[in-house]
Design a protein around this ligand. Structure first.
Ligand SMILES: NC(=O)c1ccc[n+]([C@@H]2O[C@H](COP(=O)([O-])OP(=O)(O)OC[C@H]3O[C@@H](n4cnc5c(N)ncnc54)[C@H](O)[C@@H]3O)[C@@H](O)[C@H]2O)c1
Ligand SMILES: O=c1ccn([C@@H]2O[C@H](COP(=O)(O)OP(=O)(O)O[C@H]3O[C@H](CO)[C@@H](O)[C@H](O)[C@H]3O)[C@@H](O)[C@H]2O)c(=O)[nH]1
Length: 309
């Protein structure tokens, strides 16, 4: 949103505020409070403006929760996305950037994961997003909908006063920083027996600023009819870190001890998710600048302290 505004775009945010606050929306953006399931309101919103494209971020995002209540993920992430797509078709809006996920892959056969790797999610969250990718393929084939599906790996870090906060918080870096700030007693490590160098899960952490750049590039490509009408890209750095390494990096950055508690595995977590992102680098010129883990955590820490101190 902030990068779009800074690049001269007008932005309309459509969100039901189920997992966010109105205050996160920049003053310069138009805000519509509504649910993805409300086709009439989406259509009215699309008709009220002139849009280069739709960026679709709205979703339930906790892989762990999806293994307890899968039905709400299929309803909210899959069925309601279909409602959005129907509204787009009805209003002649044919460009979409979709927030997909590394969770579409499941447990990879090879690392780094390339976009044509097998797609076998290990959690219902990933499946709910993969189903959208399948729907999009047909929307492209039959209706000519132009789309970019960006499979984010683990997004983290902060930019220009905007950082990572989920409601409730479930993500590893903000949780660790909560411990550093004394807002939580310890960080739980989910699983110590994964086939990784220290037994904890490996993830590829990508800075939110680099992710935002990828969205702008994708939108630009969608408006260029000479570019492919269907794009699928991994968004990650190509370097993975174990949970213990992330905690160690946070200790370095914050100077705090950060107590840990060793816990059982969280159902549905793949052992290793590391991106091969050469395709978006080659085709769209994506050039991530903020990939170093310490830099990501430093930006997150600065933001976290301001927010909660
Ligand atoms: N954070 C990550 O590491 C990560 C990684 C891969 C993919 N993604 C995807 O990126 C997107 C954004 O994730 P985030 O981390 O900012 O999560 P978030 O929870 O902060 O943002 C999701 C937003 O969607 C809204 N929303 C949910 N359901 C809605 C509905 N039915 N109608 C309207 N609004 C609704 C929520 O209120 C919230 O503001 C999601 O689609 C997520 O699956 C995130
Ligand atoms: O208290 C915690 C929280 C997480 N973890 C572990 O830390 C890693 C990262 O977990 P988390 O931050 O919850 O992210 P993921 O479950 O990897 O999922 C994120 O990254 C995915 C892409 O890789 C996205 O699709 C999801 O939306 C996003 O939540 C995982 O191995 C977890 O098991 C812990 O050990 N303790």
């Amino acid at each position: 949103m902030r990068l779009l505004l800074a690049s001269g775009h007008s932005v309309t945010i459509f969100d039901n505020l189920s997992h966010s606050k109105r205050s996160a929306v920049a003053e310069a953006a138009t805000f519509v409070e509504g649910d993805l399931a409300d086709r009439d309101l989406i259509q009215t919103t699309l008709r009220n403006g002139s849009f280069d494209g739709v960026m679709h971020f709205a979703a339930l995002i906790e892989a762990g929760e999806s293994m307890v209540k899968p039905e709400i993920f299929f309803r909210n992430n899959t069925a309601s996305t279909l409602t959005l797509l129907e509204a787009m078709l009805a209003t002649g809006q044919k460009r979409l950037v979709f927030s997909s996920t590394a969770a579409c892959y499941g447990e990879p056969e090879k690392t780094p994961i390339l976009e044509d790797a097998k797609l076998e999610p290990t959690n219902a969250y990933g499946e709910s997003k993969l189903l959208v990718e399948h729907i999009l393929r047909w929307m492209n084939k039959i209706h000519g909908m132009r789309y970019a599906s960006l499979r984010y790996f683990n997004v983290a870090g902060a930019i220009e006063g905007y950082g990572e906060a989920h409601e409730p918080e479930s993500h590893i870096i903000p949780l660790i920083l909560d411990v550093a700030l004394g807002r939580r007693k310890n960080i739980k490590i989910f699983g110590q027996d994964y086939p990784t160098k220290d037994g904890t899960c490996v993830r590829d952490y990508v800075h939110i600023r680099d992710l935002a750049d990828a969205h702008l590039l994708a939108l630009k490509a969608l408006t260029d009819e000479a570019k492919p009408s269907r794009m699928i890209y991994n968004i990650g750095t190509g370097t993975g870190f174990t949970v213990r390494e992330v905690i160690e990096a946070a200790r370095r950055v914050t100077g705090k001890a950060i107590e840990v508690e060793e816990c059982d595995r969280r159902p549905g977590d793949p052992a290793v998710l590391v991106a091969g992102s050469d395709r978006i680098r080659a085709e769209l010129g994506w050039n991530p600048q903020h990939g170093a883990l310490d830099e990501i955590i430093t930006s997150a820490w600065e933001w976290h302290q301001k927010r909660y101190s």
